[in-house]
Structures are given as C-alpha cells and as structure tokens.
Design a binder for this molecule. Structure first.
Ligand SMILES: *Cc1c(COP(=O)(O)O)cnc(C)c1O
Length: 498
C-alpha cells in the first residue's frame, strides 16, 4: 500500500516512510492511496479472534512493507495483557438498551491515546530502521493533556528516540499535569507553555517545517517526527477498535453480522472519528458517525453549515482534551470527500491559516452530512449527564465521555434513530476526579488535594481507581520549565542539548 499527501497527490511513500517522517514535506498529511476492503465474512471470522489477532488482521492491510515477524513483534509488544487493566484491551459495556460504551482507557495512562501510542513507538522504530539510517528520532508533541502522557509512556527509554512534550500551562487537569511532570525515563523532557493547545500545536508544526532547525538536528544525526494524530501511525491503530467493538457486539449477540450500528465519538483533533470513517469505508456496517464536541463547537457548526471558522471565543472546559479550535485531521476527511482534490485542500488550509476560516461547496457539505452528524454539549449538559448515568445505570463516566453520551441522547431524541450504538469512552473518570465528583454529589467541600478527591470519588461510587494513577502520589516532580510560545524553538535546542 502506498501513501500520498493531502496537499500534493503526486507524492508516493511507503507506510514506514509516512510513519518515520510524520508529516509530508510541504505540510500535508499522509493518507492511504486506496483502502482495503473487509467483506462481512472476513468481519465474522474476526469475531472469534482476540484483540491482538484482530489488530494484526487490520494492520497487515495498511503496513504492507512490514514483514509478518515485524508486525507480530509490534502488536504483541503494544497490546501485551499486563499493560492493560482489561483482558479484552478495549471492552464494550452495555449501559442501557442499545447504548454500548466502548472503554478505550484501560491502558497505562488511562486515556484512549494509549490505544495508538502503545503501538506507535514500535511502528516508528521498525520504520526508522527501514528508512532513517540509524538517525535518532526526536518526537515533538503538543498536547491538550492525554497525548503527552501517553506518548511519554510509549517512548520512554525506547532506543534511538527522544521525546519532548509541550502542554498549555493552564489547560490540563491536575492529574494530567502530575502524570507528565513526574514522567520517568532518560530520553524524555516536558515543558509547559504560556498559551492554549492551538498555540502549542501551531508552534510545533512550524518547528517541524523550519529548515534551520532541521539542519541543526541533521548535524547531530537527529530527525524530527510526530506522535500527534497528524502521524499516520497514530490513526491506523484506531481503526482496529471499531472492528473489534463490532465483533464484540456480535459475540454478545446484540447484533448479527451485517447489522448497521451508529458510532459516537467525543472529538477534538478529529483523529478518533476519522478512524471510524476509515473503518466504514473499509466495509464495517456503520450508519452514522456522530461527532460530539464540547462548548468549543467549531466542528458542530462546520458539519451543519459547511463553514469552518475558528475566529470565536475559546473556552477552557472540564473536557480539556477537546478544547481545540483547529482540528488537524479534518484535512484528511476533506481530501477523501472532495475526490482527492489536493489543490482544493491547499486553498482551504491557506485560508484557514490566513483568515482563520474557510467554507466548502454545497456539494461537499452535503456529502459530509450524509455520513456525519454533529452536536455539542455545554458544561451543564456534561455535569447532568455524569450524574444521570451514575444514578440511573450505576455507570461512572468521565467528562469527555459525558459529552458523547449527551450528544447521543440529543441525537436519538431528534432523529428517533436508536439502532445499536457504540459510544467511545476516552478517559478514566479518575483523570478528572474533581469535575466528576462535583457532578455526582451536591454537598461536597472540594478539597485541593487531588488524591483526597480521588479517594472521595472512590468511596462515593465504588469505581476502581486505576493503579497507575494511584502510584503518582509518591512520585517526584521532575519537570518544572515554563516557556512562552515564541521561545519554543530555543527550548527545543536547550532540551536536546544542541
Ligand atoms: C484526545 C482526546 C479526545 C479527542 O480525540 P481526537 O482524536 O483528538 O478527536 C477525546 N477525549 C479524550 C479523553 C482525549 O484524550
């Protein structure tokens, strides 16, 4: 399988080149030139497999320049049972009627980013051996909270790699911050920036394509790559769990193979929902892709109106991993849906960087609306949903998942479409203990100590506290640097000692 760029569709690279490089030279994103197809009998046969074998079956079609041995090494290493708190890796839980929650947070950092970032370092090191001639790969990450930690954990002490993470100083939860600043490993560094996630992401993208910085790195035999969801190696592992969830619904006899389902995804950078779109294009019977946003509802407006406009108030919400106004992976969707029109993509992305907005044709808008539905939940909706899910169904969900549940409920009310549905749950409630606790109880004195809050949430709900979060209590804070967004490139040199 070959990959091309959303901004220059004459480019052809292999999977390992796309993964090692991260982003195409002219700034476009790598996308597959064609998609494999999974007929129903193939899907039915996957129902009998465990997660590792389902993953191999899907990934094999995309990573065609990996040998069977290499793929085996990568997948078995990433999804080793002892790293996940569920044997199923990504279990699906029926909450009520046709509402099924896909728990994607049983990995080492308790957020869905682990599903991809446990695998990416393996894919990256195998890819680098094939394409990067022994260079040290420098992973540069902008994070809204969860990617940073999951990438640090995935890349820590991985040979021939270094990883630098930038997070918005006031834009992550206390638990997320602690997870990052206490990170262990010899090849890791973490720095806060004065700005929001979009500032961090834009600065990281600019550093990636800065010729001066790249040549300084090359002198030290280093090259940049990306662990953000602009890297194809982040997206492809996410396609797997949509097939896996469908197979589990067959196994649980909630559907027959071939029945259609809806999928609801709490969305920020549009990576997770794009993976569901790819799964649908490959033949997974998905009816609607429901894109759930928080108050930063730029995608809801885009899906409904065809105009993408980031010139709006930015809200810092209780679902910080979705506090994003520039959804990078939307570029990939526009590329596919416009009939692979890379000149249109250049036009739209220029307009986005110069004017902060663009509009698509009615035809393209209608095509998108046929596949997607967009909705959003404000903060009151999130809190009420957490409380209701807990009181009615004894199911405790985090703030991001609550956004999805609320948007799903609104969708069913408006459309009457209540076919079996998979709702992605993207984080453990204990990553956002304070918000979750204040949603379910009326009379608490919220204490400032994060671990007391965790204990209180645990005693009120009985929900198990994930071990990796408990363990943070006794860890030493290693990283205290804060820099301005203008000084990020200097910080990169400092952290790399060059
Ligand atoms: C990253 C993240 C999201 C958003 O996922 P995208 O792929 O960026 O759309 C949602 N919830 C949580 C908890 C996350 O960490």
């Amino acid at each position: 399988m070959q990959y091309t760029s959303t901004r220059d569709n004459s480019i052809r690279v292999s999977a390992s080149q796309a993964i090692a490089q991260g982003i195409s030279e002219e700034g476009g994103l790598f996308v597959p030139c064609s998609l494999p197809s999974f007929p129903l009998d193939k899907i039915a046969s996957m129902a009998e497999m465990d997660y590792i074998n389902r993953a191999k079956t899907v990934l094999k079609e995309f990573l065609t320049d990996f040998s069977d041995e290499e793929l085996d090494y990568c997948v078995c290493g990433a999804y080793a049972k002892e790293k996940f708190s569920s044997e199923k890796i990504a279990p699906i839980v029926n909450v009520n009627n046709n509402e099924n929650i896909l728990e994607l947070w049983h990995g080492p950092t308790c957020a869905f980013k682990d599903m991809a970032l446990q695998l990416l370092p393996y894919l990256m090191t195998v890819s680098a051996k094939k394409t990067a001639n022994g260079k040290t790969i420098v992973i540069l990450v902008a994070t809204s909270g969860d990617t940073g930690k999951a990438a640090l954990e995935g890349f820590k002490d991985v040979e021939n790699t270094k990883i630098l993470v930038f997070y918005p100083v006031d834009g992550v939860s206390p638990m997320q911050k602690l997870q990052m600043t206490t990170q262990e490993g010899e090849n890791v560094a973490v720095c806060a920036i004065q700005g929001n996630f979009d500032d961090a992401q834009s600065a990281v993208k600019a550093i990636f394509t800065n010729e001066n910085i790249k040549s300084e790195l090359a002198k030290k035999n280093m090259m940049f790559s990306s662990a953000n969801s602009i890297n194809w190696g982040r997206l492809v592992p996410q396609i797997v769990y949509y097939f896996s969830a469908y197979c589990d619904l067959i196994e649980q006899k909630r559907i027959n193979c071939g029945d259609k389902i809806n999928v609801v995804v709490p969305t920020g950078n549009f990576g997770n929902i794009l993976a569901a779109y790819y799964a649908k294009r490959m033949g997974l019977p998905i009816k609607k892709l429901i894109c759930a946003s928080n108050s930063n509802n730029v995608l809801t407006d885009f899906i409904n109106s065809g105009e993408y406009n980031k010139n709006r108030e930015f809200f810092t919400t209780t679902s910080p991993s979705m506090d994003i106004l520039i959804s990078s992976n939307l570029e990939r969707l526009l590329y596919h849906m416009s009939g692979e029109d890379s000149s249109l993509i250049n036009e739209l992305m220029n307009s986005l960087s110069e004017q902060g907005k663009y509009a698509v044709s009615k035809d393209l808008k209608d095509k998108i609306k046929a596949e997607f539905c967009g909705g959003f939940a404000d903060e009151n909706g999130v809190f009420a949903t957490i409380k209701e899910q807990f009181e009615r169904f004894d199911y405790l969900c985090d703030t991001h998942t609550a956004v999805a549940v609320k948007v799903y409920e609104d969708y069913v009310k408006q459309s009457g479409d209540d076919i079996p549905t998979v709702i992605d749950s993207t984080a453990s409630p204990y990553k956002f203990s304070k918000s979750v606790l204040s949603a379910i109880s009326d009379d608490i004195n919220i204490v400032s100590d994060e671990f007391k809050t965790v204990d209180e949430l645990n005693s009120k709900t009985g929900a198990e506290v994930p071990k990796p979060l408990k363990a943070l209590k006794d860890k030493e804070v290693r990283f205290k640097d804060v820099c301005s967004k203008e000084n990020m490139s200097e910080m990169v040199f400092k952290l790399l000692n060059i």
